[in-house]
Design a protein around this ligand. Structure first.
Ligand SMILES: N[C@@H](CC=O)C(=O)O
Length: 363
């Protein structure tokens, strides 16, 4: 790429916004030129607006420290300086729907981490290794919005990334019933232990809205494009419990699966290890070389050892074994703010760029 694409981050001061900033620091295709946040932060430098709430382990990049934070509601002004935006705004669902659509209508592609548009029929919700063909509906969305360049693309919830890719790798064996319990890190709620001391040594058996997302969103990933819309798949039936645990980063899932077809443990492990997609084929900058690793050790995956596998973009799986009630059970784990949030969105933006959906300029 001759000149890097100029990128804005909406909701730049929050946890996911900060993750976007740190992941994009040395990105070969994208350069953060605009940071936007609530009117409260607008006018301050990024460094002042974030203050002591910088939650990344690497220092705040010098290149963003002195950027003036723009008011995210001033769409035309923000849109004027960027080729596309990542959205991690923190507002009500209705407000997010409206503001993301305003950016798209201002001819700015929006790659969003938010859930607001995940069920808008012509908005693709993509994990690039799983359902890149869903980007096809962008042309229908552009027709609806009356845009040439602007559109919205979203990524799914972080909780499903530890098991949906694995079930995708096993599609040929027809999984039809799945039980999953997720053990979710506190950064998923945008917090660390300083913000949320009650989580030290604690477990909370409730995460608002999470179980519905964890059960339904995989079905949309496996859906079909029909008449410019995504129609969700009807199988497998998934039931979930989502639990908050005292871990900073990394969502773990303990999963039970029934298959229609007979399959051996060796075949299941083989499909995990050989599973790859378009990001690997195109060697996109953020693509993990090995998307899913299978670990033979009986005490893996572990958060402290494995959460940063493939720079946080890979999924770690272990403990696959036959079950007495279901056919098989396993444990999956992924980095919730990298693969599950900002990193997943960056990979989507890379694929959208490689496929020509995101380009420089407004026309
Ligand atoms: N809602 C999740 C975050 C995933 O996107 C959580 O609370 O962990």
């Amino acid at each position: 790429m001759e000149k890097k694409l100029q990128v804005g981050i909406l909701g730049a001061t929050g946890m996911v916004g900060q993750r976007f900033i740190s992941l994009l620091e040395h990105h070969p295709w994208f350069e953060v030129v605009t940071v936007a946040a609530s009117p409260r932060s607008a006018g301050k430098t990024y460094e002042e607006a974030v203050g002591d709430r910088w939650k990344m382990t690497t220092p705040m990049p010098e290149s963003v420290k002195h950027l003036k934070v723009m008011n995210v509601n001033e769409v035309e002004a923000v849109a004027a300086g960027v080729d596309f935006v990542f959205s991690a705004v923190d507002m009500s669902k209705e407000e997010i729907k409206a503001i993301e659509e305003s950016y798209a209508k201002a001819e700015v592609p929006v790659v969003s981490n938010n859930s607001a548009h995940r069920w808008t029929p012509d908005v693709p919700m993509v994990v690039p290794e799983i359902n890149p063909e869903h980007f096809e509906v962008i042309k229908d969305q552009r027709k609806r919005l009356g845009t040439e360049k602007g559109f919205i693309a979203v990524k799914p919830n972080c909780s499903i990334q530890s098991y949906a890719p694995v079930l995708t790798a096993w599609k040929e064996f027809e999984p039809y019933e799945v039980v999953a319990t997720t053990y979710q890190a506190i950064s998923g709620a945008g917090k660390n232990f300083k913000d949320w001391p009650e989580m030290e040594g604690n477990v909370i058996p409730f995460i608002g809205g999470e179980e519905e997302k964890s059960e339904q969103e995989p079905l949309r990933l496996w859906g079909k494009v029909e008449d410019g819309q995504i129609i969700k798949a009807s199988e497998p039936a998934i039931t979930c419990q989502c639990i908050r645990i005292p871990v900073l980063n990394g969502h773990t899932a303990a999963v039970f699966v029934k298959f229609r077809k007979k399959v051996s443990k060796e075949e299941l492990i083989d499909r995990i290890r050989s599973f790859s997609g378009l990001p690997q084929e195109l060697e996109l900058p953020s693509a993990p070389k090995q998307f899913i690793q299978y670990m033979d050790e009986e005490n893996r995956p572990q958060i402290t050892l494995d959460v940063d596998y493939e720079n946080g973009m890979g999924i770690s799986v272990g403990r696959l074994r036959e079950d007495t009630v279901y056919d098989y059970k396993f444990v999956g784990m992924s980095h919730n703010t990298v693969r599950g949030a900002a990193g997943g969105a960056v990979l989507s933006a890379e694929l959208l760029t490689a496929k020509g959906y995101i380009t420089a300029g407004k026309k």
